[in-house]
Design a protein around this ligand. Structure first.
Ligand code: UN1
Length: 524
């Protein structure tokens, strides 16, 4: 049984009494996490909790969060179902206004949110601010959709007949999010779900429940009605599966590992649910002989070691024309060795920690494989030293002499490990880039405009960059990947609405007589 936090009321019946908004602990102290269901902050029926700790300093306890159960999820789904009729009946521009208000609260609290994000997830503060900014951007974009949400109005093939299509909400949306963008990705999913008129049950990653709580607190402050967004924290097996398996959650949006995504799709497939999946990546930067090498090095360092390599879009392969590979590698090695590891809250830090010990073990395993598959250039070990003892740090690592089909060039590592693959020419570069199971992001550095356009055509990824790294997608364009990176859905942009709406095609015949399509308008 978890200790009752400062938010609990003496004498409240265990686990189910509303507790009011979690009270702010002493600055820096552990946060008393709660579920948010039907507009109330409540404890789990499990009576259990789990910890969230700062990955830069495991001694720093961010908070205690509710270990949710299937019964908690059932309660959240009921709340979302209860709130659905009024929310879907609310005019979309009004829903959009609430989201505009939400965006302004995120903006007001940007610094506070970014600091909390760095503390819980580890990314450096400028990137944490970017994560919050991405949430603001998508909130504003989707708020605007409240006054667009276009369908088509088209001519009918018959006289005196009207034809149009409209979008309508699906129902209760199950939203399951990762820890690497703990503010942006929940916003990518909840904002389109809400503006389209769905209600939400939201399960954040167990590494970042505090970030999720802060986001939801502000939704309530912005006037999102009770029950429209419900937060349930806890593990995938208890909370995630209960959302996925519920017959009352017709649409799911998940970002995370391919293994989990596959399981979710299989389970949801039995019920013919709509499932939008955003999964792994093995993103490559191509550097051709005519490229500006210094520009390429900037893009590679940022894409490979920014966010400690923990982005779906992170660059984990450099595919370089052999004639410039040693010059490029020399520059890359020098820049990589100069990167400073540390607490993301320290302005001197370039690279923060990995999210947890399991992530470091995974990286270590791949580095061992890499030692057999390529030549270690730098890094290759857990980082220790002053200021790093209490955190989960790993040195930025480069392998060279890697073959395109090597495991470290094929499998997602999700850490600061970069493989350099030398190729003979453009054609072999394209083959190497495309010969993977994933297809999220890719980039090419070249100064030849014709080659750039060829690559824009030939790269088999959902995101393509020319003379820029593989990270940094903007929220008003569709985001997502080909092949096993996903299942054909897109986030962000107006494409995000496709996940959260059903199309309805409507025909209005005002001729006053029976008109038969495909028949009465055809001769003979
Ligand atoms: C992710 O890594 O899951 O394009 C999302 C980018 C960010 C989003 C990354 N805007 O790198």
């Amino acid at each position: 049984m978890s200790e009752p936090g400062p938010g609990s009321r003496p004498g409240a019946s265990p686990g189910r009494e509303p507790l009011g908004a979690p009270e702010r602990p002493a600055p820096g102290g552990p946060f008393p996490g709660r579920h948010f269901i039907a507009g109330e902050w409540i404890e789990s029926g499990s009576g259990r909790s789990f910890e969230s700790r700062n990955p830069a300093n495991r001694g720093d306890l961010v908070g205690q969060f509710q270990a949710g159960t299937p019964a908690d999820v059932a309660m959240a789904i009921r709340a979302a179902e209860t709130a659905l009729p009024a929310w879907r009946a609310t005019p979309a521009p009004r829903r959009g206004e609430i989201l505009f208000g939400y965006a302004s609260l995120l903006r007001r609290d940007k610094e506070r949110l970014a600091r909390a994000l760095t503390r819980e997830m580890g990314k450096v503060l400028p990137e944490a601010r970017g994560d919050v900014q991405e949430a603001i951007d998508i909130a504003e974009l989707m708020a605007g959709e409240g006054r667009r949400m276009f369908g088509d109005t088209v001519p009918s093939e018959l006289p005196d007949k009207w034809a149009m299509s409209i979008r309508q909400p699906i129902g209760v949306a199950g939203i399951i999010t990762p820890w690497n963008f703990p503010m942006a990705i929940p916003a990518w999913k909840t904002m389109p779900a809400l503006v389209a008129g769905n209600t939400v049950v939201f399960k954040p990653a167990s590494d970042t429940p505090h970030c999720a709580t802060l986001l939801v607190e502000l939704m309530a402050e912005a006037g999102v009605p009770a029950g429209v967004v419900n937060l349930v924290t806890g593990g995938g097996a208890e909370v995630g599966d209960a959302i996925v398996d519920s017959p009352d959650v017709p649409v799911l949006s998940f970002t995370g590992s391919s293994a989990t995504g596959r399981r979710i799709a299989e389970r949801a497939g039995r019920r013919l649910k709509r499932v939008a999946l955003e999964l792994g990546g093995k993103n490559a930067i191509v550097v051709l002989a005519d490229a500006d090498l210094d520009l390429a090095v900037d893009g590679i360092i940022w894409s490979a070691f920014g966010t400690t390599g923990q982005r779906c879009t992170a660059c984990s392969r450099v595919v370089v024309e052999r004639s410039v590979s040693s010059r490029l590698l020399e520059k890359l090695e020098a820049r990589t060795r100069a990167l400073r590891l540390g607490d993301g809250a320290d302005p001197a830090t370039d690279v923060g920690p990995l999210i947890n010990e399991a992530a470091r073990t995974k990286v270590e395993g791949y580095v061992e494989i890499g030692r057999r598959e390529g030549e270690l250039v730098c890094g290759g070990r857990a980082a220790t030293g002053p200021g790093l003892e209490a955190g989960v740090f790993y040195e930025p690592t480069i392998f060279t002499g890697v073959e395109p089909m090597a495991r470290i060039a094929q499998e997602e590592i999700f850490g600061p490990v970069l493989s350099v693959i030398a190729v003979e020419d453009y054609a072999s570069a394209m083959t190497a880039v495309n010969q993977v199971r994933y297809g999220l992001s890719s980039s090419i550095y070249t100064t030849d405009v014709n080659t750039a356009f060829r690559a824009m055509r030939d790269l088999e990824t959902g995101l393509v960059y020319v003379n820029a790294g593989t990270i940094g997608a903007e929220t008003h364009l569709p985001f997502g990947g080909w092949k096993e990176t996903g299942n054909g859905h897109r986030e962000a942009g107006h494409a995000a609405l496709d996940t959260f709406t059903e199309w309805k095609s409507i025909y209005v015949d005002f001729s006053g007589r029976l008109q038969r399509a495909q028949i009465d308008n055809q001769p003979g």
